[in-house]
Design a protein around this ligand. Sequence first.
Ligand code: CAA
Length: 284
Amino acid sequence: MNIEKVMVVGAGTMGSGIAQVVAEAGYPVVLADIEECLVVRGLARVKSNIEKKVSKGKLKPEEMHTILDRIQITEDVAVGKDCSLVIEAITEDLKAKEELFRKLDSICDASTIFASNTSTLSITKMASATKRPDKFIGLHFFNPAPVMALVEITKGMLTSDETLEVAKAFALSVGKSPVLVNEAPGFIVNRILLPMINEACYELMEGVASAEDIDAAMKLGANHPIGPLALADLIGLDVCVYIMEILHSELGEDKYRPCPLLRKMVRAGKLGRKTGEGFFKYGS
Ligand code: CAA
């Protein structure tokens, strides 16, 4: 089976980034969200990213228009009923995701493959909300999606080998490097990355070092492109807590307990880049 057209549901940072990657690879894309302002903002984010590429000479101006013309925005997922692949990138809320997939299951053709960009939730559980668990898979892109090379492809318990092969070919066709994961909380990356970020928060909470020095140490001493606290700000502190909670409840070990400082900052509304402040402050 070939993927001809793709719908991305959720036009936030991840959804719009994925839509950009897919459109740049030549696929027609439907970008859907529940409110007009959300899809308009998502498309504006794509346009701004592509304009930067044009200004750096990485794309020709006419290519920009071709890419943008491939993206159709909508508030109605039924517009994407003829898509051969749907990638869900909505909020990390299992109930909301199940509800969306139940709806998509009744709208889309029986051959359509459903993929979730979830960073940690169970693919098998989401697939069980549909009558096509064999055509359900995890396609986890990384932030910022247009830049990061990896896609984790997660097989749920009932995902067919054919779906896996199609997903792998698709990831390669959009210029990403896929790795295969057998479903497990946090998949490969977040199970390693989030405890590291959490530990950096403990170091800060215990006064081991300042936020600046913790990040400088990991950049200079471990060659990370940005420090763990700046990375938490990029991911979103609320998302970090959520992933740690899933790791903690699913794997049951104290080492996954979310750092109290992280929780406190989320309660204070300091969520990172998206609110203008997390461990560091960001301009508008
Ligand atoms: N969208 C699109 N492109 C972006 C971008 C964005 N948000 N941010 C940066 N870029 C592009 C820039 O335009 C630039 O492109 P060119 O090389 O073509 O000029 C390139 O990325 C490098 O950007 P900068 O020079 O401005 O900045 P940088 O060198 O600091 O790189 C970065 C930025 C690539 C994001 C780098 O800081 C980095 O790698 N950070 C770590 C990112 C990371 O670990 N992401 C994974 C998060 S975990 C996750 O996503 C999983 C999850 O489920 C939580």
